[in-house]
Write a protein that binds this ligand. Structure first.
Ligand code: 2AM
Length: 217
């Protein structure tokens, strides 16, 4: 019945402390603002607009919704494969409600999404589903590669896309594609991977407190 269906959340994940959310949002906005003004970005503008001469305001282009978090397991109220097993996992139950420190190591932008890469510790990997990368079609990337925070999505794009975009960039790197080094920015080094894919590797990772919990919606 409906009550049993409600007993599993929409997803489990790490939820950023609200004061830090604002800081991360500001950093992301600053990055988009700067990216927008770069000649290298303008050169590849058609990736975003489809037309070379049109302008794009990246801060308007992406819509941000909800609280910032890093999804561990999407459960879809129990309908997603492995949802029940995850919810019943001993480590998940044990660490539910605990505080963690997440390390954001990079920001990335594609014509579909903007996100932050999360570099998980060994302990945090205990909460990471074994098949998260495979489920997204990546079989050779290390576990935890998909970990991210969605910072915004283009119109008509679902947030699940952010992790797929990240895996796409990491797969290119793994295949030996260095990308095109663009420039050293204050926050770190910016690389272009073609087809509108931009990666900013942060000089100093952003460390943020986050609570492992779940969202019902
Ligand atoms: P996100 O983790 O990239 O932000 C609710 O929709 C949350 O669950 C969002 O945070 C979303 O994406 C994530 N989500 C939605 N569908 C998903 C899926 N099939 N696999 C993994 N995460 C998903």
């Amino acid at each position: 019945g409906p009550l049993e269906e409600m007993s599993l959340p929409l997803f489990f994940g790490w939820f950023l402390l609200s004061s830090v959310q604002d800081k991360v949002r500001c950093t992301s906005m600053d990055f988009l603002k700067t990216l927008d003004t770069l000649e290298a970005f303008k050169k590849h503008l058609s990736d975003f607009t489809g037309k070379a001469e049109k302008e794009v305001d990246l801060e308007q282009y992406f819509q941000a919704k909800g609280t910032l978090h890093c999804t561990t397991k999407f459960c879809d109220y129990g309908k997603a494969p492995g949802a029940k097993e995850y919810a019943q996992n001993t480590t998940v139950k044990e660490l539910y409600g605990s505080a963690f420190e997440l390390s954001l190591s990079a920001l990335f932008v594609t014509p579909r999404t903007v996100g932050a890469r999360v570099s998980l510790t060994e302990e945090q990997l205990l909460l990471w589903p074994a098949d998260a990368e495979e489920e997204a079609g990546s079989t050779s990337l290390p576990r935890g590669s998909r970990a991210h925070i969605t910072l915004g999505c283009a119109e008509h794009v679902e947030p699940v896309q952010t992790g797929l975009d990240l895996l796409e960039i990491l797969t290119l790197q793994q295949e030996g594609q260095q990308g095109e080094p663009i420039e050293e920015m204050e926050l770190g080094s910016l690389t272009y991977y073609g087809e509108g894919r931009w990666l900013l590797t942060l000089r100093e990772p952003i460390c943020t407190p986050a609570c492992f919990s779940s969202f019902y919606g």
